[in-house]
Every structure is written in C-alpha cells, then in structure tokens.
Design a protein around this ligand. Structure first.
Ligand code: AMP
Ligand code: ZN
Ligand code: FE
Ligand code: FE
Length: 282
C-alpha cells in the first residue's frame, strides 16, 4: 500500500533527524515518493536523493517559505523546483539571514525573563544556517527550562507569547512568485493554521490563485476528516492541485510520524502525477 509524504523537515532546517533517517522511516511505512520541504533551504536535497536512490524512494525537490498575511503567517510549499537556480538560492539565503536578525532578539528576551541561554548555543545545536524557533525550544528543553517544545512555544515562543519577535517575511504573492520563478509548483501549506471559515479560505485561495498558487495541502497530520473534506472541496471548486504530508519534525512535534502523521494520515500515491504534470507544463 503505497503512500506519499510531501511535507518533511530534516536537520537542514528545524527537523531533528537527518535526511537519511527520514528516508529510512519513510521506507518502513511504504512511502513511494516524498518531498523534503525544509524551511528556507534546499541544502538537504543531495543527501535525501542519495538515500532515496538506495531505498527506491523518489525524492521530489521541495521547500517551505513562510509569508506574512496581516498579523498571521501563511506558509507556501514549493515542489519540483529548479533547486540549483541561483536566484532562488539567493532569495532563500536572504530569508535565512532574516532568521539571524530575529533569533538573537528572542534570546535577549528570554535572558530578560531569567532563562540563561545564548544564541551561540542555539546555532551549535541547530548545526544549520536555517535556524528556527524549534531550535531555541530544544535548547530550553536541554537546559531544563521547559519540559517540551509545546511548553516552550506556549510560554515563550508562540506569537503573542513573552519572548516572541516577528521575522521580516515576504507577502504571500511574493513567496508564490519566488517558487514560480524557480519553475516550481506553489501550494498553500496546512490551511488549518489560517483558522479561516470555509468561505474565507476559498476566497483567499482564489485570490492567491490569481497570483500563481497551484495547489492546497488537503491531507495533513492535524486535519480532521471534516476539515480534509472542506479543503478537498475548495481545491476541486477552484481546480487547484491536491497535496498532502505529515510536516514531520521529529522531537519538536512528538506524535507526528513520517508518512502516517498521527496515525490516520494517508496521502494517495495518485496525487503525484498531476503535480508532476503541472510542473512539466508550466
Ligand atoms: P520559525 O520558522 O523560526 O518562525 O519557527 C516556526 C516553526 O516552529 C514552524 O514552522 C513550526 O515548525 C514550529 N512551531 C510552531 N508552533 C509550534 C509549536 N507549538 N510546537 C512546536 N513547533 C512549533
Ligand atoms: Zn518547522
Ligand atoms: Fe509550515
Ligand atoms: Fe512544515
């Protein structure tokens, strides 16, 4: 019973496991093709492709770019992009640089709250240039300031929490354009995060479609069956591509596993060919 997983993070961004381990886990649950969608980087792809060749798993080049929509974040996934494109690479580098401007300010706020961590420690734990709040959460866990990543986000790191600092982000049309200009397929990630009504979400998708959006992540670890069918409806009404994935991060999102999410995720293999065709013909 083959399945896909088109949303996976590795140690090249804020996932806790390296690409080869993610691929090995995918192999165990019969994933036939997957996409590595690290935040603001494609640097994990060579390792993933090598592991995929060994295991007989197709690795689709991907990325996840956060954008700013009013006072919330909207994440855009990009698939089948030309991941060696120099313009894309310099745009991703600029996004990573914005992380390095924000993160020390978060650490400063944590210090003011009496939590003794340094940005050097965060960068050392991250071991990558795409440093995110989950890395800060892990340092807080390791130092015993919190028991879980959830506690770190709830108390300190989530939007509105005491050590929150926003990051400079592109707007959604810009994020979409960056993916399109690298000949990739832009897809709205985890629509559940937007907390929009069905009508509101459909309107937003239609607007973003006007800016080049091509798909919606209908299947997702934390979508319930009703949400999944609502998002499926929207995708069908607007003739958007349907994708899905676990958003596996390892230890910062406990209980979410590669390929199966919380256990009930099943991304049908049949979704891959329309995506591939769209990428080949755009
Ligand atoms: P950043 O990209 O550094 O702003 O961090 C945002 C990332 O943190 C998201 O993409 C998620 O992967 C992760 N995240 C957000 N909220 C939580 C949470 N409550 N628990 C664990 N991880 C989270
Ligand atoms: Zn993440
Ligand atoms: Fe996301
Ligand atoms: Fe993600």
């Amino acid at each position: 019973m083959d399945r896909l997983d088109l949303h996976l993070h590795t140690t090249y961004s804020d996932g806790s496991q390296p690409p080869a381990e993610v691929l090995a886990m995918a192999h165990k649950v019969h994933v036939s093709a997957l996409a590595i969608t690290d935040h603001d980087t494609v640097d994990g792809l060579p390792e993933a492709i090598t592991a995929g060749t060994d295991l007989g798993i197709e690795v689709i080049p991907g990325v996840e770019i956060s954008s700013r929509l009013a006072d919330t974040e909207l994440h855009v996934l990009g698939y089948f992009l030309d991941w060696k494109d120099p313009v894309l690479l310099s745009r991703l580098a600029s996004l990573r640089a914005s992380r390095h401007r924000r993160n020390p300010r978060i650490v400063e706020k944590l210090n003011e709250l009496g939590l003794g961590i340094t940005y050097e420690e965060v960068k050392a734990l991250a071991g990558t240039d795409s440093v995110g709040r989950p890395h800060i959460a892990r340092v807080l866990m390791e130092k015993g300031y919190v028991k879980s990543a959830k506690e770190a986000f709830d108390r300190y790191l989530a939007q509105g929490a005491r050590a929150y600092v926003p990051r400079e982000l592109p707007d959604p049309p810009e994020a979409i354009a960056w993916i399109r200009e690298a000949r990739g397929i832009p897809v709205l990630a985890h629509p559940v995060w937007l907390k929009a009504s069905a009508a509101g979400l459909q309107g937003l998708c239609a607007t973003l479609q006007g800016h080049g959006l091509r798909g919606v992540e209908v299947h997702y670890s934390t979508h319930n069956p009703q949400q999944t069918s609502e998002y499926l409806n929207i995708a069908r009404q607007l003739d958007l591509l349907i994708t899905g994935g676990s958003d596996y991060h390892g230890i910062t999102k406990p209980g979410i596993e590669v390929g199966v999410g919380r256990g009930g995720l099943k991304v049908p293999s049949a979704l891959l060919e329309p995506l591939r065709k769209a990428a080949a013909t755009q």
